[in-house]
Ligand binder design. Structure first.
Ligand SMILES: C[S@@+](CC[C@H](N)C(=O)[O-])C[C@H]1O[C@@H](n2cnc3c(N)ncnc32)[C@H](O)[C@@H]1O
Length: 233
């Protein structure tokens, strides 16, 4: 896993509170796919520092479970929210093996799935854990945006990409999987989930004053993909 989410977890937690890509683009676009979460049993898979946990608690969820591969992120969540959440370390690539069947109304998984090579077990296990009528909302890298990083030139071939990101104001190595839209949607539907909404997000107008070039980039180019999937049976 990248140092971004372990060694630099605290810096990452601070930055995502107000930055452009997370606070003014990704989060509002993901939250737009949620219904009222009041009195819902919610799981935040790949919770990071707990920025979504804060929103979910403010919106009166009945229970909140937070999981992340990074011990540092789980420690941050535990120290911030104490017994308001149940947080533990879990590799989302294996799904949610500690969660009971039919136990959650909502699962969210923002900006995590591109770190996982095989999505099939993830969606299969989310389907198991969701109650009938429950749903999953996730965001991930947009396949068309990531295709710019391709070295194979074959859009349909999954590729492991290594980059350096300046998210926390200094370069940190990050690696992720680039994959086609077909691979994502097949993993969802083969798990028995039904895609009910899909969006490419909407950048907040405030970004125009902060950075016109980033605003124009996000207005004119795909960057993240936002998906809601339902468990109907
Ligand atoms: C970009 S951050 C997003 C955090 C949070 N969802 C948010 O939107 O603020 C990615 C998170 O995914 C976690 N992560 C990466 N690979 C994971 C895996 N295989 N299973 C669970 N979490 C993972 C990282 O530790 C990190 O906290």
């Amino acid at each position: 896993m990248s140092d971004m989410y372990t060694k630099h977890a605290t810096e990452y937690a601070e930055v995502v509170k107000g930055n452009i890509y997370n606070a003014l683009f990704e989060r509002p676009s993901t939250l737009a796919l949620l219904d009222d979460v009041k009195d819902m049993d919610v799981i935040d898979m790949g919770c990071g520092s707990g920025i979504y946990a804060e929103w979910l608690l403010e919106h009166s969820v009945k229970s909140l479970t937070c999981t992340d591969l990074s011990d540092e992120m789980v420690t941050l969540v535990n120290s911030t929210f104490g017994d308001k959440v149940r947080a533990y370390t879990q590799d989302a690539a294996k799904g949610l093996p500690l969660e009971a069947d039919d136990s959650a109304d909502v699962v969210i998984c923002p900006l995590v799935l591109h770190y996982i090579e095989d999505l099939k077990p993830v969606f299969k296990d989310v389907h198991r854990v969701l109650r009938k009528g429950g749903y999953l909302v996730f965001s991930t890298h947009h396949p068309f945006a990531d295709f710019e990083c391709s070295t194979s030139g074959n859009y349909f071939e999954r590729e492991h990409i290594e980059e350096e990101w300046n998210t926390i104001g200094k370069p940190v190595k990050v690696s992720f999987y680039r994959r086609s839209l077909t691979e994502i949607t097949n993993a969802i539907t083969n798990a028995g989930l039904v895609i009910s909404k899909m969006s490419e997000g909407e950048v907040d107008e405030k970004v125009k004053e902060i950075s016109e070039s980033t605003y124009n980039h996000l207005k004119n180019n795909p960057n993240f993909l936002f998906v809601r999937c339902e468990k109907i049976a």
